[in-house]
Design a protein around this ligand. Structure first.
Ligand code: ZN
Length: 142
């Protein structure tokens, strides 16, 4: 966990690229790194963690979220995500899967920023409600 305030999306992108190095992906060889920025300016990183029992795998985005949530954080500004084949630079943007979008929806408001990263310079940024419109949330069942 990095403690300093990151206001620069490029720095968050670099943290995601760095986190990719720790991915455990011996089956797909597709490695993902994520860097989650809290409202307070802390960064929690995550990587994908596969398993011989495929369903036990966890995505990089959710690893970052679960680390932060388990440390008591609940408010978030942005997440940067980088993914690609092991040992290669990302060839394309790695968009979060549906399950990860739903986890974001649980803890983030519509304006939460999702940054997909090919490199520090080459990235795209979206609001959560752009990539998960008409999302289902806790307000529906309260
Ligand atoms: Zn996912």
């Amino acid at each position: 966990m990095t403690k300093q305030k990151i206001t620069d999306a490029g720095a968050l992108a670099q943290a995601a690229l760095d986190a990719r190095e720790n991915a455990y992906a011996p089956y797909s060889h597709y490695t993902v790194g994520a860097a989650l920025l809290t409202e307070e300016g802390e960064v929690f990183t995550g990587c994908n963690i596969e398993n011989a029992s495929y369903g036990a795998a966890n995505c990089g985005e959710r690893t970052a979220f679960f680390k932060a949530i388990s440390q008591g954080r609940r408010r978030f500004q942005a997440i940067a995500i980088a993914g690609g084949m092991e040992g290669e630079e990302p060839k394309d943007y790695a968009y979060p899967c549906g399950i990860c979008r739903q986890v974001m929806r649980e803890f983030c408001d519509d304006g939460f920023q999702v940054i997909v990263v090919k490199s520090v310079e080459d990235r795209r940024q979206y609001r959560l409600d752009e990539i998960l419109p008409f999302g289902f949330g806790g307000e529906s069942i309260r």
